[in-house]
Design a protein around this ligand. Structure first.
Ligand code: NAD
Length: 253
């Protein structure tokens, strides 16, 4: 199994894409620390995933430095190592540009961009020290979106945060390449999760999305998890600084 012996942290893993990534990593042999701000959903995910392998849940808000510190410490305490970080936690806030409130702009940026920075830096510092002591380098994966490069009305903070995630990925990759630590991003199109719940309930919105998606369907969380598993594995040993888009053909066409 491609991830046997490796330890991963997946943020926002109580549901949606993060849960699918945790599931796939366990299936591929990794030990997984799942972190989420939702305590109840996180504990349920831990119970549900326990049959697949070694998994623990820690409540953490990725936008808070102290929570990230505790998450890293809890992972080392539980599993003795960190090889993989997936900065998956993310939120959306829909509002017209003219009506957008400062606090909503800050909240989305705090989770989607600053959260990836805080967790990325804390884990990278651990990985750099490990490499210095003769340990193996790790892999960091940031969750971007096609909205990093495609603007959609009413989603200014989300689009700005994901554009930032792409640049964060490149700069982190440059800084960490000398240590052999790889940093990449995944840019999903429309994936069937709670985040897309408005589409589930609104046939017009669903048709709009499908008409823009050449493959004519939304994606499954497991299809994003497969990319995370590849980027986390040694099969991707010469890939760093990239954003891999999985969007049913939307972007290039
Ligand atoms: P989701 O809403 O189903 O799940 C997100 C999870 O993150 C939830 O469990 C939530 O509790 C958790 N979370 C929210 N704020 C947090 C915080 N501050 N700290 C820790 N955890 C927090 O969303 P999803 O669709 O699974 O999205 C996962 C990632 O994929 C996000 O970064 C999102 O932007 C990205 N993405 C999703 C889609 C899509 O169509 N679903 C498309 C492109 C990108």
């Amino acid at each position: 199994m491609a991830l046997t012996g490796k330890t991963a942290i997946v943020t926002g893993a109580a549901g949606g894409i993060g849960l699918a990534i945790a599931q796939r990593f366990l299936h591929d042999g990794a030990r997984v620390m799942i972190a989420d701000v939702d305590h109840e959903k996180g504990e349920k995910a831990e119970r549900d995933l326990a049959k697949l392998g070694k998994v623990q849940f820690v409540k953490a808000d990725v936008g808070k430095r102290l929570d990230i510190h505790n998450l890293v410490a809890a992972t080392i305490d539980a599993f003795g190592d960190i090889d993989i970080l997936v900065n998956n936690a993310g939120i959306v806030h829909g509002a017209d540009f003219l009506d957008l409130k400062e606090e909503d702009f800050d909240r989305v940026l705090q989770v989607n961009l600053k959260g990836s920075f805080l967790a990325g830096q804390a884990v990278a510092r651990y990985m750099v020290e490990k490499v210095g002591n003769g340990g193996s380098p790790g892999s960091i994966i940031n969750m971007s979106s096609i909205n990093a490069v495609v603007a959609i009305a009413n989603q200014l903070p989300y689009s700005v945060s994901k554009g930032g995630v792409n640049q964060l990925t490149r700069v982190m990759a440059l800084s960490l390449a000398p240590y052999g630590i790889r940093v990449n991003a995944i840019g999903p199109g429309s994936i069937m999760t709670d985040m897309l719940s408005s589409v589930n309930n609104d046939p017009e919105a669903k048709n709009r999305i499908l008409s823009r998606t050449p493959m004519g369907r939304v994606g499954e969380p497991s299809e994003i998890a497969a990319i995370a598993a590849f980027l986390a594995s040694d099969d991707a040993s010469y890939i760093t600084g990239q954003t891999i888009y999985a969007d049913g053909g939307r972007l290039p066409l």
